[in-house]
Every structure is written in C-alpha cells, then in structure tokens.
Design a protein around this ligand. Structure first.
Ligand SMILES: Nc1nc2c(ncn2[C@@H]2O[C@H](COP(=O)(O)OP(=O)(O)O)[C@@H](O)[C@H]2O)c(=O)[nH]1
Ligand SMILES: [Mg+2]
Length: 212
C-alpha cells in the first residue's frame, strides 16, 4: 500500500468515468463563512461533510476530474468556508471539516453553527454525503452528525474514503463495522487515487437530480 500522495493521480478509467458523468463545465461559485452569505437556493445541491482531512476536497476533485478545483490540502482545517461549485443544473457543496484539534473552541462553535444552519435550513439541499476515513470508520463526531441528520430527516449517503490504503481483508472488515451503524444503506467505497467509487457516486447524484 502506498502512502498519501502529494498530488492525486487518476487512472484513465477514473478520468473517463468522470468525463462521462461530468461532461459539463464545473466552476467555483463562492465560499461563504456566514449563513447570511450563502448564494440563493436556486439549484439542487449535494453537500459533502466529514472530519477535517477525511478527503472531501480530493473526492470533489476526483468526481470532477480536476486536480485542483477544491483545494486538497495536507494541512487539516484549511477549508473554513462552505464552498459552492456549480455544475450544469446542480451545486456541489464542500462543507468545513469538523474535528480539527488545533482550532480554538469559539471558532469550532462558529463552524458548527454554520454547518448545522446550512444542513437544517437549506431548501435546495437534496442529499448530504457523509465521508468517513475507511481506516478509522465511525468516529464520535461522525455518529453525532449522522444522528443529527436522521433526527432532522435529512437524506444522507455514507462514503468510505481512502479505500486504497486498506488491504482487501481490511476493506471487508471495515465495511462490516461501517454497515453496523446503517440501516440497510450500502456505503460507497471511494479512492481519489484510483478513482474507485467515482462512477457510483455520480449514479447516486444522478438519481437525486432525476427526482427533482
Ligand atoms: N491514499 C489516499 N489519500 C487520499 C485520498 N483522499 C485524500 N487523500 C489524502 O488525504 C489528505 C487530506 O485530503 P483532503 O482532500 O485535503 O481532505 P479534506 O480536509 O477532507 O478536504 C491529503 O494528503 C490527500 O492527498 C484517497 O482516496 N487515497
Ligand atoms: Mg478540504
């Protein structure tokens, strides 16, 4: 197993999958630090939530076949904004990562309020992807967010990231642990390195779009 790459490398299959599902132009719309600054709810949105460093930016880059669209950083906690990307008739929303230890409590509380306000009140939000690091599985704050989404009747889909870092046997074992917290939902196994899960994630997004 290789370590974390400096820059993501995509296989031809991953790029082709991204091209097919993502033939439209994608562009960065804006970043918001306050709930008042969110763009109008005029397009259906899919949001990506998860711990800082879980691989959110890399996943958005892999989905779009771009290397640097969403900033993927080795420095955790750098994404402090809710970032909006417009694709065709859809918006991809990169939420600030949670669980970053070196952030002052007051700032953490501000992020939490922003994420919760977005997830609770956003009319155009169709689905929230909840990203888990496949090596760690559910951590306390992931479970807290999952229960919160369930309590507020928000649709979510779990994605296990960095699956390339696990052996086949480890993948199977981790999948069992992740499924235990889910009622029948099948998590997507994802790797921004080899493009695994890109197609499946787009299929899930396409279904949402077709239901709008
Ligand atoms: N091996 C591997 N590393 C990944 C993957 N996704 C992200 N990473 C690495 O994990 C670190 C954090 O990724 P990033 O996308 O910035 O996480 P974010 O904080 O959730 O946006 C970076 O060093 C990435 O290169 C993956 O699927 N496989
Ligand atoms: Mg990020």
């Amino acid at each position: 197993m290789s370590g974390a790459p400096k820059d993501e490398v995509f296989t031809p299959e991953a790029l082709e999958a991204a091209r097919v599902f993502f033939a439209h132009d994608v562009r960065f719309l804006m970043g918001a630090v306050r709930i008042e600054d969110l763009p109008p709810s005029d397009l259906p949105e899919v949001a990506f939530a998860g711990r800082s460093n879980v691989g959110k930016s890399s996943l958005i880059n892999a989905l779009t076949g771009r290397n640097h669209l969403a900033r993927a950083s080795t420095e955790p906690g750098r994404t402090r904004e809710v970032n909006f990307f417009t694709y065709d008739e859809l918006r991809l929303v990169d939420l600030p990562g949670y669980g970053f230890a070196r952030v002052p409590p007051r700032e953490k509380e501000k992020w939490r309020e922003l994420i919760e306000a977005y997830l609770l009140h956003r009319k155009s939000l169709a689905l929230c992807f909840l990203l888990l690091d496949a090596r760690r599985g559910w951590m306390d704050m992931d479970l807290e967010l999952k229960r919160w989404l369930e309590f507020h009747n928000r649709r979510y889909q779990v994605i296990a990231t960095k699956i390339d870092k696990l052996s086949r046997n480890q993948q199977t074992a981790e999948l069992v642990r992740i499924r235990k917290e889910l009622q029948g939902q099948e998590p997507v196994l994802f790797s921004a390195v080899d493009g695994r899960g890109v197609r499946e994630t787009w299929q899930i997004i396409s279904k949402i779009r077709n239901k709008q």
